[in-house]
Design a protein around this ligand. Structure first.
Ligand code: FES
Length: 409
C-alpha cells in the first residue's frame, strides 16, 4: 500500500492505492481547508508535491505557473505510489490560534469571570444531577433485604422517594456498597419531575461533581470545566473544529454528511476533539474525568445534529426541516464522550433549522428574557445570529458570515 508523508508535520499515512489525497490527509488528522467539502470547486485544499507522482484531475483553479511549481488540489488527486506532499501555510488550519487568543483575552481581563456571570443573570447552582451521600444499613441474617432495597430505604430517609434506578448504576452496586462500609454517594438526575439514580460510588464523593460546557461552533470548539459544588468555572480549552476539513460552512457539511459514511466521520471528528479538549481542560484544573456528571452542549441546529450523529440532511432543502430541535438527554458514553456511564449529555434546544441551541443558550445566559428593556443579543460567529426582544417577546434571525470572525480568511 502506498504511503503519503505530509510536511511540515511529518505525518505518514498508508492507504489503499487509488485513495483520495484529501481523505488521506483527514485519516492522518492533517487538517486542510476544504470549503467545498472536496467537490473540487473552492480551490482551498492546495498542496505541493515534493516527491513521487499523483494521479490528478485537471483544474482551472490552479494557474499554469502554480502547476509547474507542483501545486495540486488534494481533493482531485488519487494516491498511486509513495509520495511526499507539503501543506502550504494558506491551506493549514492554525489549530492553536483560538486558544492563544482566549489566553490573551483572559490575561487582559476582557473575559467574564465566574462572579461576573453569576451577577449578570442572578445565577444559582442547581444542577440536574445532584450527588447525595448516604449511609446504608448493613445486612444481617435478620435484615436480609437486597442491596437496592436497603439503599432506597436510606435515600427515603433523606427525602428522596419514587426513584427509578438506571441499569448502569445497578451493575456495580454490591461492590460499591461494600468498598466503604455501606457508605455511598448516589447521583440523582431530576428531569421532567422524574428522579433517576444514574450512578452509585463508594464513600463520599459529593465534592467531586463536575460539569462540562461545550460550545459546538462551526469554526471553533470550546470546552469549560465547572465545579457543580461551587459553581466556579475552573478551566477551559479551545480548538478549531476539525470538521472544517470536510467543509467550512454548515451547508457543505450537510452535503458531506449525506455521502456514504460522511455523517459518521463528521460525528467522530467533533467527538474526538471534544474528548481531547476535555482532557486538556481537566488537566489544567487538576481534576479527573470520573468526576464528570453533566455535559451541556450548545451549537447551531446543524452542529447539534452532527454532534449526536443525527442526519441534518433536510435542513438545507425546502421546507428546511431539522430532525430534532428539543433533544433528549443521552448517556455521554453512548455518543463516544469519555465520561462515566452515569453522566448525561444535554444538548440545548433550538427553535428552527437556522436558529439553534447556541442562541437559546445566549438568551438564557444573558438574562434578556427576564428584562422589561428592549435588548439586542448578537452572536458573531461563522453563522451570525441576532435576537431582539424582552420578557414579553423575542425574535431571532441568522445568516452565514463565513469563518472571518473566528480567525479564518
Ligand atoms: S477544491 Fe478541494 S476541497 Fe474544495
Amino acid at each position: 500500500m502506498p504511503k503519503v508523508n505530509f510536511l511540515p508535520d511529518n505525518v505518514t499515512v498508508e492507504v489503499e492505492k487509488g485513495e483520495n489525497l484529501l481523505r488521506t490527509a483527514m485519516q492522518g488528522e492533517v487538517h486542510l481547508s476544504a470549503t467545498c467539502g472536496g467537490s473540487g470547486t473552492c480551490g482551498k485544499c492546495r498542496v505541493v508535491l515534493e516527491k513521487g507522482k499523483l494521479d490528478s484531475l485537471d483544474t482551472e483553479l490552479l494557474t499554469d505557473e502554480e502547476k509547474k511549481k507542483g501545486y495540486y488540489l488534494a481533493c482531485l488527486c488519487k494516491v498511486v505510489e509513495d509520495v511526499q506532499v507539503r501543506v502550504p501555510i494558506e491551506t493549514r488550519r492554525g489549530e492553536r490560534a483560538v486558544l492563544d487568543r482566549l489566553r490573551e483575552a483572559a490575561a487582559f481581563g476582557v473575559m467574564l469571570t465566574t462572579e461576573d456571570i453569576h451577577a449578570l443573570v442572578d445565577f444559582k447552582v442547581d444542577p440536574l444531577i445532584k450527588k447525595v451521600y448516604v449511609e446504608v444499613e448493613e445486612p444481617t441474617l435478620d435484615n436480609n433485604a437486597d442491596d437496592l432495597s436497603r439503599l432506597l430505604v436510606a435515600l427515603k430517609k433523606d427525602g428522596y422517594e419514587e426513584l427509578t434506578v438506571d441499569y448502569d448504576a445497578l451493575k456495580d452496586l454490591a461492590d460499591e456498597l461494600r468498598e466503604k462500609d455501606f457508605k455511598v454517594t448516589v447521583s440523582i438526575l431530576t428531569l421532567d419531575h422524574n428522579k433517576t439514580v444514574t450512578r452509585i460510588e463508594a464513600g463520599d464523593t459529593t465534592k467531586n461533581n463536575l460539569a462540562l460546557a461545550y460550545d459546538i461552533g462551526t469554526t471553533t470548539l470550546y470546552a469549560e470545566v465547572i465545579d457543580l459544588d461551587t459553581g466556579e468555572i475552573l478551566s477551559f480549552a479551545s480548538d478549531y473544529n476539525p470538521q472544517i476539513s470536510f467543509g467550512e460552512d454548515v451547508i457543505s457539511r450537510i452535503v458531506f454528511s449525506a455521502k456514504g459514511d460522511g455523517l459518521k466521520k463528521l460525528k467522530k471528528a467533533v467527538i474526538d476533539d471534544f474528548n481531547k479538549l476535555t482532557k486538556e481542560a481537566l488537566e489544567k484544573a487538576g481534576r479527573k474525568s470520573e468526576e464528570i456528571s453533566i455535559i451541556s452542549a450548545a451549537g447551531n441546529t446543524t452542529m447539534a445534529h452532527l454532534f449526536l450523529g443525527i442526519s441534518p440532511k433536510n435542513i438545507r432543502k425546502e421546507p428546511y426541516i431539522p430532525t430534532v430541535t428539543h433533544w433528549p438527554a443521552v448517556k455521554s458514553s453512548k455518543i463516544g464522550l469519555k465520561a462515566p456511564d452515569g453522566s448525561r449529555t444535554f444538548v440545548v434546544p433550538g427553535r428552527a433549522s437556522y436558529v439553534g441551541g447556541d442562541i437559546t443558550a445566549g438568551i438564557l445566559a444573558s438574562g434578556m428574557y427576564k428584562t422589561d428593556k428592549l435588548t439586542l443579543y448578537i452572536d458573531i460567529g461563522t453563522n451570525g445570529e441576532i435576537a431582539l426582544g424582552n420578557k414579553d417577546w423575542l425574535m431571532a434571525v441568522s445568516c452565514s458570515a463565513g469563518p472571518a470572525f473566528e480567525g479564518g480568511t
